[in-house]
Design a protein around this ligand. Structure first.
Ligand SMILES: [Zn+2]
Length: 146
């Protein structure tokens, strides 16, 4: 039984005819500004929070940093506050990473496309969430999957 393989892939993507509603250069410039502003703000927040978290971790009078154990386990009861701050920090770091990636996509021309389905992400969504990688449909689908 001869197996018939398709001679060439009939699935050619990126022929250029279907690239509707690509973002204009001025849109991209605007989003880049938003992302950079966001990044600056988040970095400021992060610096503040990291300072605070570290300072809380230090015995007040000690100026000798080299002997201070930084293990969370030693800190004990003040952990609630600290864990909350730490989770904020992690969250911000995550967002910063996404902002960084988004700026990279602007640089290489793939910004504004859904990573899941390849469709352009609606502009209002990008304006609300400039570092998103997914269109609203895919984002919803992924959320409902947990
Ligand atoms: Zn999508």
């Amino acid at each position: 039984m001869p197996t018939r393989e398709p001679a060439a892939s009939s699935f050619t993507k990126g022929t250029g005819s279907n690239m509707a509603s690509a973002l204009k250069a001025e849109d991209l410039a605007q989003f880049r500004e938003m992302l950079e502003g966001l990044r600056t703000r988040l970095k400021g927040d992060l610096d503040g929070m990291t300072d605070e978290a570290l300072r809380r971790n230090m015995p007040e009078s000690s100026g000798n940093l080299s002997n201070v154990p930084l293990h969370m386990a030693d800190v004990g009861t003040e952990n609630y506050d600290q864990e909350f701050t730490m989770s904020l920090i992690e969250n911000d770091q995550d967002t910063l990473g996404q902002i960084h990636d988004a700026l990279g996509r602007i640089a290489d021309g793939t910004y504004g496309k859904c990573e899941e389905c390849g469709q352009p992400i609606a502009k209002p969504r990008l304006q609300a969430l400039p570092y998103t990688r997914h269109c609203i449909e895919c984002a919803r689908a992924m959320e409902s999957q947990g």
